[in-house]
Design a binder for this molecule. Sequence first.
Ligand code: PEP
Ligand code: MN
Length: 333
Amino acid sequence: MIAILKPGTTQAQMQHLVAWLKHMNLDVHISEGSEVTVLGLVGDTSRVDMELLKSLDMVETVKRVSEPYKQANRKFHPKDTIVEAGPARIGGGYFSMIAGPCSVESEEQIIAVAQAVKAAGATILRGGAFKPRTSPYAFQGMKGQGIELLLKAKEATGLPIVTEIMNISTLDLFADVDIIQVGARNMQNFDLLKELGKTKKPILLKRGLANTLQELLMSAEYIMSEGNDQIILCERGIRTFETATRNTLDLSAVPVLHNLTHLPVVVDPSHATGKAELVAPMACAAVASGADGIMVEVHNNPACALCDGAQSITPPQFDELAHKVKRIREVMV
Ligand code: PEP
Ligand code: MN
């Protein structure tokens, strides 16, 4: 349930109302905008007398929110959330180009790619250190050493970094990481989500291979319910019967999510398509659909990549894509 307060409500009046609601065993989330203040009531609202609440002088309207996600819900928090990671901003009109290799492979590789994508306009560097691979025999990532190399690339370029966590026991290694990624395979690892909710780090939450948008928002809610509201949602393709692409990019997720939630939404056309030649067209389509950013795998030598070479584009291809993205963004505003 949400209660929208009338403009001019004083802090004292609001606190009085909040205390009364809390007395009914409800959690109250206060969202103060420049125009309106919205109170989100979380818990068993069945016993709240809506008519009584509506009749109070300071209350403009009261609505029942049927969606099970409350804190991620745009009804409760109408203003776009802007996630901040170092100098980068995502959401609320800020667009981010996240680029880098699937995996960190060496110091030379990550620094060369970081410098190249930065020159092309990337705002955040990606690179996997802990890799969730289908086969236990495949390259599993450089782990802690990979994070150290990412930090070197961050130092060399000034780009904030995003990298995936697979197990909460490694959290200490992420102390200087700007954005922690939760990969598709861990979208419903609820214990991991809850622990990340206790941190102050921005989280890039990828949609699971076979998860609905409501399930994605419930996973965001797990993080938010522990106090962390710095979340970027990522559409990265879902499993369908189609085999021509690695996954099927569900671009309608972008406007649907923008309607349902205030959290920023980025699109990963690399994992969605699995093919380098499809990355630019789908990245452009993602921008046109209103995404707050794109995340693209870039490798300086895709043929020799230790992971996902087939879907990796080269730095010159990324540069060309960045020009197209800029032009599409110009017609989007
Ligand atoms: C990745 O971004 O490196 C990755 C493994 O992606 P996903 O979790 O979407 O498969
Ligand atoms: Mn990859």
